[in-house]
Design a protein around this ligand. Structure first.
Ligand code: VG1
Ligand code: CO
Length: 544
């Protein structure tokens, strides 16, 4: 075995954000950059020698090359076996599924999720632990600390391996096993959902749907599940071949970036159901005929109807949502008499609650929904969940949503993003907001009076760890909220996110455009934070 120890010097910017380290491809391609981060992972974890690890990515540019490097480093660092998705492809939820199924020590996911790909796009690396979920903060902090002082890494000198043929071979002392990217995940989905019922609906001739994989990782999964397994006609899955640059698009399933799908569902004679997923397959957008389901509402609908799905037929233990996610699911939890937890943004905060059995379902406003079946959010799982509910209830999406609002009231919701702001300006804006926190309580803005204002802090109920400064909240006495936070996934400048929410119990007022219904809150958000003045931007870059 020819293990080389390579001298290196640290990069000081390898701090994992909301979901791993994300940088421009040009940053990742600097000599030793990827290697430093991977070695920092191995240096921060213990007792992995001889164990199994899982490796895969969303197929974006640099995926294959990075996988070759990581395999050789894993072999040099004493990993026993690496299961790698064929062609280097594993969606984020599939990786989580495979880690759990085979009791792996952990896994490495190569993705920058919904960020654009290609030589000028982004790349990312994320480490997941043995529960299948994103490493908790104490692990990512240790990796970051290590990355700041690293002076060498280990790599096996060996030719590149064949990633495209299923089977096992040796790389040094380590076994590499190239696995089918879809099979384990497909089996898990079949164990949760009523595939017969969904198939009946999809082959009835009365229900049409369109799935947009946005040239990203879910293509092979969606083809296998919907077209091959569940009988939907060929062509149901659009943009179903993963491309290294996602066809030049921005694989983010929202009304702005998933415009192909939006045109179909809001066009003439639209299908009954539409869905899109993101670069690495953990996000989902749900559409009905000329109808958009807000992600926060989607979580509430899944919670309210969970017992219609075989995998959750005995009920759910509890739910959780990230702090900026609307409180729609809170109302469902209250009516079911179960707990509802509020966590900071990012899936890693759901892990302990799921492991401890405190929650069954969880979600984020950013098009992420998931459950205790794995430890990542799961785009196609959410699509199957909706299809299972629709197959049982035999209702159009819009009617289902309206009946839900009728029972629980409607939480009008929107997120305004200001992207690529100069970082200093963004930090200044947040600093000024923090200064105002103590002065806001009791203040009146038109009809609304501030009930509380704080910088969200979370104490994990399972391990007691505390995460501070997770977003500035302004809550009003009528239950409406404004939340401000800076993104932890962007790669250029800073992104300010403003989350807006108000509650409307009256069914005769459930037909408004959210931007209209939230107009006064939008104005208050600008007045308090001086967004336009401080960013120099007249309007948000993206509204979801
Ligand atoms: C964003 C979302 C957050 C999500 C994260 C990772 O983070 O707001 O809810 O968990 O992306 O999703 P931020 O820090 O930019 O707001 V993914 O699909 O990019 O892994
Ligand atoms: Co993603």
């Amino acid at each position: 075995m020819n293990i080389k120890t390579v001298a290196t010097t640290p990069f000081l910017d390898q701090k994992p954000g909301t979901s791993g380290v994300r940088k421009l491809v040009s940053v990742f391609k600097q000599p030793h950059y990827l290697e430093n981060f991977i070695q920092s992972i191995f240096d921060s974890i213990e007792d992995y020698q001889g164990q199994t690890m899982i490796l895969g990515g969303d197929g974006r540019y640099y995926n294959r090359q990075a996988i070759q490097t990581i395999l050789k480093m894993a072999a040099a660092n004493g990993v026993g076996r690496v299961k790698v998705g064929r062609g280097g492809i594993l969606s984020t939820p599939a990786t989580s599924c495979v880690i759990r199924k085979y009791n792996a020590f952990g896994g490495i996911i190569l993705s920058a999720s919904h960020n654009p790909g290609g030589p000028d796009g982004d790349f990312g690396v994320k480490y997941n632990t043995s529960n299948g979920g994103p490493a908790p903060e104490k692990v990512t902090a240790a990796i970051f600390e290590r990355s700041k002082v690293i002076d060498k890494y280990k790599i096996l000198e060996a030719p590149d391996v064949d990633l495209d043929t299923l089977g096992e071979f040796k790389l040094g002392d380590m076994v590499v096993e190239v696995i089918d990217s879809v099979q384990d995940y497909e089996q898990l989905m079949e164990s949760i959902f009523d595939f017969d019922k969904i198939r009946e609906m999809l082959t009835s001739g009365k229900f049409r749907m369109c799935i947009d994989s946005m040239h990203a990782v879910t293509g092979p999964y969606a083809h296998a599940l919907f077209e091959q397994r569940l009988g939907a006609p060929a062509g149901t899955v659009k943009n179903g071949t993963p491309l290294e640059d996602f066809g030049g698009g921005h694989p983010d399933p929202n009304l702005v970036y998933a415009h192909d799908l939006v045109e179909i569902l809001f066009g003439e004679n639209p299908p009954d159901f539409g869905a899109a997923s993101d670069g690495d397959g953990d996000r989902n957008m749900i559409l009905g005929r000329k109808f958009f389901v807000t992600p926060s509402d989607s979580l509430a609908v899944l919670a309210a109807n969970a017992t219609l799905v075989p995998g959750y037929k005995d009920g759910i233990a509890g739910v959780a949502r990230s702090m900026p996610t609307s409180q729609a699911v809170d109302r469902v939890a209250a009516s079911l008499g179960i707990d509802c937890y509020e966590t900071p943004t990012g899936w890693k905060f759901f892990g302990n609650l799921l492991d401890a059995g405190k929650i069954t379902l969880c979600g984020e406003e950013s098009f992420g929904t998931g459950s205790n079946h794995i430890r990542e959010k799961d785009g196609l799982w959410a699509v199957l969940f909706w299809l299972n509910i629709l197959a049982v209830k035999q209702q159009p999406v819009e009617q289902l949503m309206r009946e839900h609002w009728h029972s629980f009231g409607r939480n009008y919701y929107s997120r305004h993003d200001y992207e690529a702001i100069d970082s200093d300006r963004a930090n200044q804006l947040i600093a000024k907001l923090r200064e105002q926190i103590p002065t806001l309580k009791g203040k009146k803005f038109g009809d609304r009076e501030v009930e509380y204002s704080d910088d969200f802090s979370y104490t994990d109920p399972v391990d007691g760890s505390v995460s501070k400064n997770q977003g500035i909240r302004i809550g009003f006495t009528d239950g409406s909220r404004i939340v401000y936070r800076l993104s932890g996934t962007g790669t250029q400048g800073a992104t300010l996110r403003i989350y807006l929410e108000s509650y409307e119990p009256d069914p005769s007022k459930h037909d408004l455009d959210p931007q209209q219904s939230l107009a006064d809150l939008i104005a208050i958000a600008d007045e308090v934070a001086q967004v336009r003045a401080l960013t120099g931007m007249e309007k948000p870059t993206v509204i979801t």
